[in-house]
Design a protein around this ligand. Structure first.
Ligand code: HEC
Length: 243
């Protein structure tokens, strides 16, 4: 019985917790990790809009160049702002102390964010900042309540307002939809496209070997299939004399 209770706590409780926190619908991030043009656009977006505050400290510039189909010169000229050594990792210039003073918290490293949060959450989070005058930066976020991150893509997305409806079961109001009150430099479609590129890039950063692993996996399976045939024929050959 004790075991059962422990099992319940370990397996069912976290699932319930997730269900409770997940009352916001997550948009599906339809990304294609084999699309190098998308990864390149995502990398550019990342260094321009995120690397000011967030590092990706497990990602090396030269490895990225190779993986997303750029030359080292292209990366040096267009994507490197905090270092001039192509073998360096994607660090930021800001110290954790300074970050704490500005934001009251340290912007986390984003190397593994796509794996810990999932790409759908990430995509939804990035497009869900809305006006909230009560917050220090004037914005809040639907999937990350009282977030400490300013809306750094405001010039692109524009200002959006969140419309809530009353919760019929009592408790917090329920999010219904966004309303764009002041357009940004991009249309909503362009903005979502740019975010998908960014999420694609962050997903790549979370597991740079993914494509290689999948390619290798296919080869391994093919080899095993081939080997199975050989082993089977051999077995038949050996047992012929025994029978
Ligand atoms: C001006 C600094 C700044 C910039 C630029 C910035 N962020 Fe943030 N970000 C923060 C801070 C501060 C937090 C911590 C928020 C908190 O914990 O309340 C944060 C949190 C996050 C989180 C949530 C992490 C978690 O706890 O799971 C994600 C994801 C994120 N940022 C992604 C991005 C991406 C992608 C970009 C580029 C488009 C970006 N940020 C640009 C400051 C920044």
């Amino acid at each position: 019985m004790k075991k059962l209770i422990v099992l319940f706590l370990m397996v069912v409780m976290p699932a319930l917790g997730l269900a409770a926190g997940g009352n916001v619908h997550l948009e599906e991030a339809d990304i294609d990790p084999t699309d190098q043009a998308s990864l390149q656009r995502g990398a550019k977006f990342f260094v321009n809009y995120c690397l000011g505050c967030h590092s990706a400290k497990y990602q090396r510039y030269n490895r990225m160049a190779q993986d997303i189909g750029l030359t080292e010169e292209q990366v040096k000229a267009n994507l490197m702002f905090t270092t001039d050594k192509i073998g360096d990792t994607m660090e930021i210039a800001m110290s954790p102390d300074a970050a704490n003073r500005y934001f009251g918290t340290t912007p986390p490293d984003l190397s593994l964010i796509a794996r810990s949060r999932g790409v759908d959450w990430l995509y939804t989070y990035l497009r869900s900042f809305y006006i909230d005058e009560s917050r220090p930066f004037g914005v809040n976020n639907i999937v990350f309540k009282d977030v400490g991150m300013p809306h750094v893509m405001l010039d692109l997305q524009g200002w959006q307002k969140a419309v809530f409806r009353e919760n019929e079961h009592g408790g917090e109001p329920v999010f219904e939809r966004f309303e764009l009150v002041k357009p940004g430099a991009m249309t909503p479609e362009q903005f979502d496209g740019a975010l998908l590129d960014l999420v694609n890039f962050l997903d790549y950063v979370g597991e740079p070997y993914k494509l290689e692993r999948q390619r290798l996996g296919v080869k391994v399976l093919l080899f095993l299939a081939f080997f199975f045939v050989i082993a089977y024929l051999l077995k038949k050959e050996y047992w012929k004399d025994v029978h």
